[in-house]
Ligand binder design. Structure first.
Ligand code: UDH
Ligand code: MN
Length: 356
């Protein structure tokens, strides 16, 4: 009798353990099923779910709560955490979108792509530097998403497009040096974001403000499976204060063509005695607009040799040696366009040079 009872007890215990294990194993999918079930009964709103269960909102959704424009003297500081931030953003690329539509949706942006919150005094001044040539289609989408994204963060901001003149091989890093100098000439920005034209941020908790160390913001891109491809990766979108930028002598000027310059910049961060700061994988998410290699930006075969020498070259090539010629500066409604001649490896006016 006694042994039978303990046998039952033993069996029930075993069953219990099994149930617990099963519950743990199926918890994740169970949660998904439950949340799906509840979503069916929820009223439709601006939030849309996606495959990984994140609730994404329309990037323009929160901006109707901006409220009245206040007098400059009565303006309180903006709160430390913006109440307009909503988390994951729904990103698609509608083929019918026009720049006029982007302008219409951003009535508070003023000439040159400048903005400041209408009812609070912003805590941060951020410039966005975009290296560009022949990617107008991507630029339109970036502007569509970036303007409301930055407004949700209650920043004082300006967007600069640094357009490489001519057809010579593209030089992304040198354009960033031009952007730094030209943006700082206009305003005392306290943070500069160096931003590829084809990367769309997918979460507005990824705040466009600088950290104590140079920040690599594009930590999780869709093209790398939303993971960091390697530890020293510093490409796509990064942010530095003017001080941090000058401490590493800016970016290199001599990487012509595709590849290497982002790793050079990563090495400079550590040579300048700094660390890389990053947002969390959950927040530093970006979608890259799909594209092929551009004409005029062929893979740079010298990049590995150059990278091996960065520790010897960084002090003699960078912000202290950048040479360029501004061709035009024009203040569009949504951005400041700076068209610049950055020359070639042989200098700014290689054809005019005569040999003695
Ligand atoms: N860029 C231009 N114009 C160019 C080349 C580059 O504006 O002709 C700028 C632009 O801001 C771009 C950035 O430089 O986002 C970086 O260049 P990229 O987008 O070509 O670099 P990425 O690492 O290149 O994305 C990957 C090569 C794509 C091949 C994909 C084949 N599946
Ligand atoms: Mn790209």
């Amino acid at each position: 009798m006694f042994s039978l009872q303990s046998k039952w007890r033993y069996l029930i215990m075993l069953l219990g353990v099994q149930l617990v294990v099963m519950a743990i194993l199926s918890r994740e999918s169970y949660q998904k099923r439950v949340s799906y079930f509840f979503r069916i009964f929820r009223k439709p709103d601006s939030a849309t779910g996606n495959a990984d269960g994140r609730n994404q909102t329309d990037v323009y959704a929160n901006l109707s709560f901006l409220g009245p424009t206040l007098n400059k003297d009565d303006m309180p500081y903006c709160p430390k955490n913006s109440p307009l931030i909503g988390g994951p953003i729904h990103v698609t690329f509608p083929s019918k979108l026009t720049l006029a539509e982007v302008e219409r949706k951003n009535p508070l942006v003023i000439r040159g792509g400048r903005y400041r919150p209408p009812n609070c005094d912003p805590r941060h001044r951020t410039a966005i530097i975009i290296p560009h040539r022949n990617r107008e289609h991507h630029l339109k989408f970036l502007l569509y998403y970036l303007h409301p994204f930055l407004q949700r963060q209650q920043l004082n901001y300006g967007i600069y497009v640094i357009h490489q003149a001519g057809n010579y091989t593209f030089n992304r890093a040198k354009l960033m040096n031009v952007g730094f100098r030209e943006a700082m000439r206009e305003e005392d920005w306290d943070c500069l974001f160096y931003h590829d034209v084809d990367l769309i941020p997918e979460d507005d908790r990824n705040t466009y403000v600088c950290d104590n160390h140079p920040k690599h913001a594009a930590i999780a891109m869709d093209k790398f499976g939303y993971k960091l491809p390697y530890k020293m990766y510093f490409g796509g979108v990064s942010a530095l204060t003017p001080n941090q930028y000058l401490k590493m002598n800016g970016f290199p000027n001599n990487y012509w063509g595709w590849g290497g310059e982002d790793d050079d910049i990563g090495i400079r961060v550590s040579l300048g005695g700094m660390l890389i700061s990053r947002p969390s994988l959950k927040v530093g998410r970006y979608k890259m607009i799909k594209h092929k290699h551009d004409k005029g930006n062929e893979v740079n075969p010298k990049r590995f040799n150059m990278l091996a020498k960065t520790r010897h070259t960084w002090r003699d090539d960078g912000m202290n040696t950048v040479e360029y010629e501004i061709m035009s500066r024009d203040y569009q409604l949504l951005y400041t366009n700076i068209t610049v001649n950055i020359g070639t490896e042989a200098g700014l006016h290689p054809r005019k040079r005569t040999t003695i």
